[in-house]
Design a protein around this ligand. Structure first.
Ligand SMILES: [Zn+2]
Length: 389
């Protein structure tokens, strides 16, 4: 049993506690949160300067691309980025050490759980030993490489899910890379099993051109890989095209949303009641040099969570860094950002009974933010993260 105190405790669910104490057992389970009388220091309490928060939930990464760090030139736009990653996958052998290193870094940066897209088994060993909880989104796409039937692709994904010991779910890569038959199979499974689905959403302007008019850079890129005439533009945004497949499904994580417009948000909120808008600002700046217009999502009542995306499109796997970018760009209140970075992500991944807030009975991890003004809570580059539990 440990008693840990800091200048400020932010439980996320519950009011801030100045000079509070977190009582935690050896398994990392929170026993109690207590207020402390001023000026009474006790020898059985560990005292820290700074703010104690629960561990972060990173809702979007591709741990398997950790070895791609620094290999892709920023600012190419999404079609150029996909072209680069396809080339790297063909020519550079994946490196397990980089995966191990990234897992360790994320833990030290205060990450308690990760929603991790994967279409290989290379991260299996690291995940099975990790101190981080992983939900593996077994990512399916059919536009690149050989053309199988939807059933074959789906059964293949199921064997991967089994290899990840069913701690995950099958998920489509993006609307432009998965056809209707496969989307139906994925949506049906998510509906029956009540598991979350995660899909890359509106990450580039040319995604709209592809769905609306059957043209543009993304369309040109995929054209050679698709069967002739297999692409029929829907005349809608990609979101309007794919979301009806998931109408009745469980939690749906929409990743990136860089080009999402208010009419898309309105459409989506009317269509689905369990949406999570996963923002990965550093990755958006790396690939497209643009951010989603966050105030629209706030004003329209969207549930926002955060992700780092992978080292293929980021220079760090720090959720605090993602919070910093959003705070600087849109002047968002720290406590609201903290909800996005913790409890909302935990709810998206269906793990909020364990993670996401400092509540008795949970094992959320304990993180100390040092070098931050405890009243104004502005995230500067000087803020340091210390992993306490
Ligand atoms: Zn991604």
């Amino acid at each position: 049993m440990k008693k840990i105190s800091a200048d400020l405790i932010l439980p996320v669910e519950g009011e801030p506690i100045r000079n509070g104490i977190v009582i935690i057992n050896d398994k990392g389970e929170i026993i109690d949160l207590q207020e402390q009388r001023k000026n009474t220091k006790s020898s059985d309490i560990e005292y820290y300067e700074g703010i104690i928060i629960p561990g972060f939930i990173n809702t979007h990464n591709h741990l398997e691309y950790s070895y791609v760090k620094g290999l892709i030139e920023p600012g190419q736009g999404l079609p150029g980025f996909i072209r680069s990653i396809v080339e790297i996958k063909q020519n550079v052998p994946a490196d397990k050490e980089a995966i191990e290193q990234a897992d360790k870094e994320m833990f030290d940066l205060g990450t308690a759980a990760v929603g991790d897209q994967t279409n290989t088994l290379i991260t299996r060993e690291v995940k099975s030993k990790s101190k981080i909880y992983y939900h593996s989104f077994i990512e399916v796409y059919e536009a690149i490489g050989e053309i199988n039937s939807a059933e074959t692709d789906f059964l293949h994904a199921k064997t991967y899910l089994a290899a990840y010991e069913y701690q995950g779910s099958i998920t489509p890569h993006a609307p432009y890379s998965v056809g209707p038959e496969l989307l139906r199979l994925i949506a049906n499974e998510a509906f029956i099993k009540k598991t979350p689905v995660s899909i890359h959403n509106q990450e580039t302007q040319s995604e709209l051109d592809m769905f609306m008019y059957g043209k543009g850079e993304l369309f040109e890129f995929f054209h050679n890989m698709l069967k002739p005439q297999s692409w029929i533009p829907s005349g809608t945004s990609s979101l309007e095209w794919f979301l009806p497949f998931f109408r009745d499904s469980h939690n749906l994580l929409l990743i990136h949303n860089t080009y999402t417009q208010p009419r898309d948000i309105m459409f989506a909120l009317n269509m689905h009641s369990r949406l999570y808008w996963s923002m990965c600002p550093a990755s958006n700046l790396y690939i497209e040099n643009r951010l989603p217009h966050i105030p629209w999502f706030q004003k329209m009542g969207c549930t926002i969570c955060l992700g780092t995306d992978s080292y293929a499109s980021n220079t760090s796997l720090s959720i605090l860094r993602e919070m910093q970018i959003l705070q600087e760009s849109f002047e968002i209140d720290f406590d609201e950002l903290l909800e996005w970075a913790t409890i909302n992500g935990a709810r998206a991944l269906d793990i909020d009974h364990i993670f996401g807030s400092l509540k008795p009975g949970k094992r959320p991890g304990l993180v100390l933010l040092q070098g931050i003004d405890i009243d104004r809570r502005i995230i500067t580059p000087d803020v340091a993260i210390k992993r306490l539990v």
